[in-house]
Design a protein around this ligand. Structure first.
Ligand code: ATP
Ligand code: MG
Length: 633
């Protein structure tokens, strides 16, 4: 199978399996890792040779004592060895540490950068299926997981192999039997630790899932705290949380009990090694098979081995967790990109802005088709209103033009060119969308507006804000244009956010403009004021306006009425009224029963507020405004 999945040409080539993913990044930093392994080899060898140096010192002391020789002359060699090893341990372990400090953040960033660059090219569908927070969390978990995996390999597992190897070699020089005893112990210990770690893992995973479930519930509860208070459900929420805490407690206790059993195993195994080596070494010494010095070497080496092998099960367990985090991130994010630029996609400049749907069929899910063989042409420079019941496919129509989704059949052409053959960048840089509920970046107002065109001067930004009727409220905020808007723009009202989104589009000045319920959060008076600006902005552009409030679109060049994915009526306001069809009904109902902007269309109209169904848009808006006045006073 191919390592690499279908991906956007400009996305990084990331392998789609966790092990290859790790290997890919190891290759990028390989020389650093080789350097660290060398340093770690020397460091661990120094450490494990210290008992040997101690043995040499004891040997020298004994010999000097027995032969009444000068202690200094005999001792200097082993002493220097001891000192050199002690210093070597410090120098090489810290040199490894220095590399770790340097490489650590860089490798983490390399993973984050690559994952984010890959994620950027995922489709709208992909991004709407997952919470943004959870995707961001997965990227950081993967990056951390990678870093921890590498450190565990280099600084935990590898030194253990060195220590075991050198120790067994040193013991072998003293006595074959001792070496065999320790070697067998080491193999059994590692195998048992590994096995126990795999047995413990399900409990650990369950405990950690229960913990994050608790966190999730607390976050949800805190987010909705105001609702909780307004429904007087404080007690209920506490009990709700208690139920989850009980569940978590059970899972955590199970996991902890199992871990405790593993610890019993580890301590017992350490005791077996200590007592076994002591007993065996004493026996050998008694038989005269090893010297005192060798006896000391055997015992101290054993202590070092135990020190190194401590918590091996837990380290295996953590290692599995890191690998699990990487696997999770890779499986979620390194998926095929759904919408990619075709090979040889061109950067097109949209000159005129003629939009054509040619036999377009589209469904979000196969069993639920939205459009079937839809064909419609919007000539360059035309301003078109889309109306129809909720769910009739207006936003979907717009999403297809924006190429947030690819149609299953048919083509969408702009100025005669299939949008599928343009680069997405060039398509998107020439389309402007003002959505119903625009999200803003948690940056300053200035930056948010300038997002439309990064080169725009401050004056241009202010000018655009004026046009969008945002300048008035911005200048009243403390900090004015420099003030941050809060996460997703929470510090602004819905209507203010929309005005910022409009200003952003004014700055962008693209040849095709799409408004999807763009002024729905505005009161009628502000909307009317902005409408004048929008009319200016719409000059010489192809414009598509989706609106439920018909007065917003009645004055446009053409109106398309959608019904269950079909265009059932097509014409100007006057023509459609004359047809006395769906549009006429919507219009009469709204014009008559339209009570301000609070969805009053469902309420029966009062006699005195009846509006002539054939009234001009201006009359209706004027009427609307009068009602606002009536409500206020
Ligand atoms: P509204 O006036 O309420 O905005 P709309 O005319 O814009 O409605 P669309 O959003 O285009 O309607 O939805 C058309 C149909 O497609 C609806 O039945 C809707 O449930 C479905 N739909 C919309 N978005 C998705 C999606 N992301 N995944 C699956 N189905 C969707
Ligand atoms: Mg919609």
């Amino acid at each position: 199978m191919d390592d690499f999945v279908q991906r956007a040409p400009s996305a990084p080539q990331l392998p789609a399996t966790p092990f290859r993913f790790v290997a890919y990044f190891i290759a990028r930093f390989r020389w650093w890792y080789v350097g660290m392994l060398v340093l770690e080899t020397i460091n661990s060898t120094c450490g494990i040779l210290i008992p040997y140096a101690t043995g040499q010192i004891i040997k020298a002391v004994t010999r000097a004592h027995e032969q009444s020789l000068s202690l200094v002359a005999h001792l200097s060699g082993p002493l220097w060895l001891f000192i050199a090893l002690a210093i070597g341990e410090v120098v090489f372990s810290r040199a490894g540490g220095a590399c770790q400090i340097y490489v650590g953040p860089r490798q983490r960033q390399a993973v984050t950068r690559a994952m984010y660059a890959y994620l950027q090219h995922h489709s709208h569908r992909f991004l709407s299926n997952d919470f943004a927070g959870s995707l961001a969390h997965k990227i950081s978990e993967t990056a951390m997981g990678y870093s921890q995996t590498i450190w565990t390999l280099i600084f935990d597992f590898y030194p253990m192999v060195i220590v075991f190897g050198v120790a067994i070699y040193m013991l072998d020089r003293a006595h074959r039997g001792l070496a065999e005893f320790v070697a067998i112990w080491a193999v059994c210990f590692v195998a048992a630790s590994f096995w126990l770690a795999t047995r413990t893992r399900p409990f650990a995973v369950a405990a950690s899932a229960a913990r994050s479930e608790t966190t999730g519930r607390v976050v949800d509860a805190v987010t909705n705290l105001t609702s909780t208070r307004l429904f007087a459900r404080l007690d209920y929420e506490r009990e709700y949380l208690d139920a989850q805490l009980d569940k978590e407690l059970r899972a955590v206790m199970k996991s902890n009990t199992y871990s405790e059993r593993v610890r019993w195993f580890q301590y017992s195994a350490a005791a077996v090694l200590k007592i076994g080596v002591l007993y065996y070494a004493l026996l050998l010494w008694g038989r005269g098979e090893i010297s005192v010095a060798e006896f000391v070497v055997a015992v101290t080496t054993t202590l070092l081995i135990i020190n190194e092998a401590r918590n091996l099960s837990r380290r295996f367990l953590e290692f599995f967790e890191y690998l699990g985090n990487i696997a999770n991130g890779v499986h979620t994010i390194v998926r095929p990109h759904e919408i990619v630029d075709v090979p040889g996609a061109v950067r097109t400049t949209i000159e005129r802005g003629r939009i054509e749907f040619r036999e377009v069929s589209f469904a979000y899910a196969p069993e639920q088709p939205i459009f079937q063989h839809l064909s419609v042409t919007i000539p360059a420079g035309q301003r078109v209103g889309l109306v129809g019941f909720s769910g009739s496919g207006k936003s979907t129509f717009v999403s297809l033009i924006l190429r947030l989704y690819d149609p299953q059949a048919g083509r969408i052409l702009i100025d005669g060119q299939d949008i599928g053959t343009m680069t997405q960048d060039s398509l998107h840089s020439q389309l402007s969308l003002i959505p119903q509920d625009p999200n803003l970046f948690h940056r300053s107002l200035l930056e948010n507006i300038r997002y439309g065109r990064l080169e725009a001067t401050d004056e241009e930004v202010v000018d655009a804000a004026r046009k969008a009727h945002a300048h008035e409220f911005i200048t009243k905020i403390q900090g004015q244009y420099a003030s941050p808007v809060g996460e997703r723009g929470v510090k602004l009202s819905g209507g203010q956010r929309q005005r910022i989104a409009i200003a952003r589009v004014v700055v962008k000045n693209a040849p095709i403009l799409i408004l999807d319920e763009a002024t729905s959060s505005l009161d009628s008076i502000t909307e009317q004021a902005i409408q004048d600006t929008l009319n200016d902005v719409m000059q010489d552009k192809t414009v598509i306006v989706v609106a439920h409030r018909l007065s917003t679109i009645a004055h446009l060049d053409r109106i398309l009425v959608f019904d269950q994915g079909r265009i059932v009526e097509d014409g100007t306001h006057e023509e459609l009224l004359a047809q006395r069809g769906a549009y006429y009904q919507l219009w009469s109902r709204q014009a008559g029963g339209f009570v301000l902007d609070d969805g009053g269309a469902d309420e029966p109209a009062k006699e005195e507020e009846q509006v002539d169904p054939a009234a001009t848009p201006e009359e209706v808006v004027g009427n609307d405004r009068r009602r606002v006045q009536r409500r206020i006073y």
